[in-house]
Design a protein around this ligand. Structure first.
Ligand code: AHR
Length: 321
């Protein structure tokens, strides 16, 4: 009886000690430093939510920094993550070039770097372990292919295109331009007459479209916007100019956010090429694998579709962002 009581007492004591003294072997939560581009678009908001939610779900500590679309803020954030000795650095680079120095600093500190959403242009590919995101050139091609097909309905009519580019020097702006141009290149009836940056925002999209309309007026037949937000801003400018977006001017854009589906249902946007922002769960998995020293793919391409206005109403209830 006495010995039984003793066993119970010592078990209770052991439990108290275990709970109050942190064990050297207790699993430390993984710490990721993440530098986000900013909050420039509906897409970006969905991307941020996806990353924060996925980290929470996995019990990962996320140190989140918003770069407000400035590369210098991202460089500062990465240096601060290095100083804090985070386990993994992840970031979505505002622009493609100018990363060699800071990424070398991360490598020297033995902190793996994962790129999400956008690529970097570096001389040494070992400066990052993995790149997770869309194929932006293919997105541009998809936009171009839709227009080439549409043009076949009126083969004798030449179409003048205005292009709203994304942030200057960013991977999606460079690649979406390239992919689109590649597809329309052989078609003498399709011509880009103006192309300017709208920095991926609604406000700039509207402002630049107003300038296009002022300069070219009714000569404009097609708007190709590198994202939905700029297209939505431009749609407002087209309406204010007394024209019908989606009819007088065909509107093509990229992302597939809910706002674009609403514009398509209203007959103001003709097609959106999907770019999936829900990268959080895959990013957390790659980060966990890297820390566990498991092999990770150098490139993970997001799977995406194309949504013309004809399917918008049916697809809308399925949209997650
Ligand atoms: O890098 C992805 C792009 O950035 C999205 O198309 C755009 O909406 C965002 O701002």
């Amino acid at each position: 009886m006495i010995s039984n009581r003793r066993t119970v007492l010592s078990a209770a004591l052991a439990a108290v000690i275990t709970l109050s003294v942190p064990s050297a072997f207790a699993a430390k939560p993984l710490v990721i430093g993440f530098s986000q581009v900013g909050a420039e678009s509906e897409w970006r908001t969905a991307n941020t939510v996806s990353i924060k939610d996925a980290a929470k779900k996995e019990g990962i500590t996320l140190k989140f920094a918003d770069a407000q679309q400035k590369q210098e803020n991202q460089v500062k954030a990465i240096r601060s993550f290095i100083a804090q000795r985070v386990d993994v650095i992840a970031f979505s680079p505002v622009v493609e070039s100018g990363w060699d120095t800071v990424l070398r600093e991360a490598k020297r500190a033995n902190i793996p770097v994962i790129l999400t959403d956008r690529a970097v242009n570096v001389s040494d590919p070992s400066l990052y372990v993995s790149f997770l995101g869309s194929d932006f050139v293919e997105e541009g091609r998809r936009a171009g292919r839709w227009l080439v097909e549409r043009q076949k309905k009126t083969p004798d009519v030449a179409l003048n295109i205005v292009e709203l580019q994304g942030t200057v020097g960013s991977a999606p702006a460079l690649d979406r331009k390239k992919g689109f141009e590649e597809i329309i290149a052989g078609n003498a009836k399709l011509k880009v007459i103006r192309s300017q940056t709208g920095d991926f925002t609604r406000a700039k999209g509207k402002e630049v479209m107003e300038a296009f309309l002022k300069a070219e007026g009714k000569k404009i037949n097609v708007l190709y916007a590198h994202n939905d937000d700029m297209a939505i801003g431009a749609i407002q400018a087209i309406e204010e100019a007394g024209l019908k977006p989606g009819k007088d001017i065909l509107v093509i854009s990229i992302d597939g956010v809910k706002g674009a589906f609403e514009a398509m249902i209203a007959g103001k946007l003709n097609v959106t090429v999907e770019c999936n922002p829900l990268l959080g769960p895959q990013l957390m998995q790659i980060a966990k694998d890297v820390v566990a020293k498991k092999p990770v793919p150098k490139r993970v391409v997001t799977q995406e579709g194309v949504f013309p206005a004809e399917v918008a109403a049916k697809e809308f209830p399925n949209r997650k962002y």
